[in-house]
Design a protein around this ligand. Structure first.
Ligand code: SF4
Ligand code: SF4
Length: 180
């Protein structure tokens, strides 16, 4: 019998600041999510599992490490629920509770964050190279998740966005708060 934690949904709602309990499973978030197809549970399924108190299932899922925080789901949700803060909260909770992400998925997550820290946006080629170094996966084809994110749009020269210093300040704040 799977363990159920009745306080889990309230904790996630409090930590994320998002009204998770309002979700009625319309699945618009999953339909628009660019990485849903490589998640073990789609975004709407994660919300439903949170509502049901399936803490262990959620905190051990790959989905919580694959969300790239693009905010597409928040703009589509009829209840104005933003899932990026929910996934942030779930990652912290997973680490606090000792759930270790799959090393290849964690490498992808870190490479994505580092690319944004450096360029203010995702630079696909440098992210791919860093991912390969981190995951020590130098010679095989791209991992499924990386391939999906790149979508054949690799550019060779990175281009910094104008607000890159603001993006870095956000990271510095996160580091000072013990995040990242
Ligand atoms: S779009 Fe909003 S209401 Fe619909 S399933 Fe996703 S989180 Fe729930
Ligand atoms: S914020 Fe995360 S869950 Fe929402 S659409 Fe973007 S990648 Fe998917």
């Amino acid at each position: 019998m799977a363990m159920i934690d009745p306080s889990f949904s309230r904790m996630v709602q409090e930590r994320s600041g998002e009204p998770i309990l309002r979700c009625y499973f319309c699945q618009k978030c999953s339909a628009g999510c660019p990485v849903a197809s490589v998640m073990d549970y789609k975004p709407a399924q994660v919300v439903r599992l949170v509502q049901l108190g399936r803490k262990e299932k959620v905190l051990s899922s790959s989905a919580i490490w694959l969300c790239v925080g693009c905010e597409t789901c928040g703009t589509r949700c009829p209840n104005h629920i933003r899932l990026a803060p929910m996934f942030d909260a779930l990652r912290y909770m997973a680490l606090e509770e000792g759930f270790k992400p799959d090393p290849a998925i964690y490498a992808l997550h870190r490479s994505f964050l580092d690319s944004i820290r450096l360029w203010g946006r995702v630079h696909e080629l440098s992210m791919l190279m860093e991912y390969k170094l981190r995951s020590r996966d130098l010679f095989s084809d791209l991992g499924m998740g990386v391939g999906l994110i790149l979508k054949g749009k690799i550019s060779f020269l990175p281009e910094r966005i104008r607000g890159v210093s603001e993006v870095r300040r956000l990271y510095e704040k996160g580091d000072a708060d013990g995040r990242g």
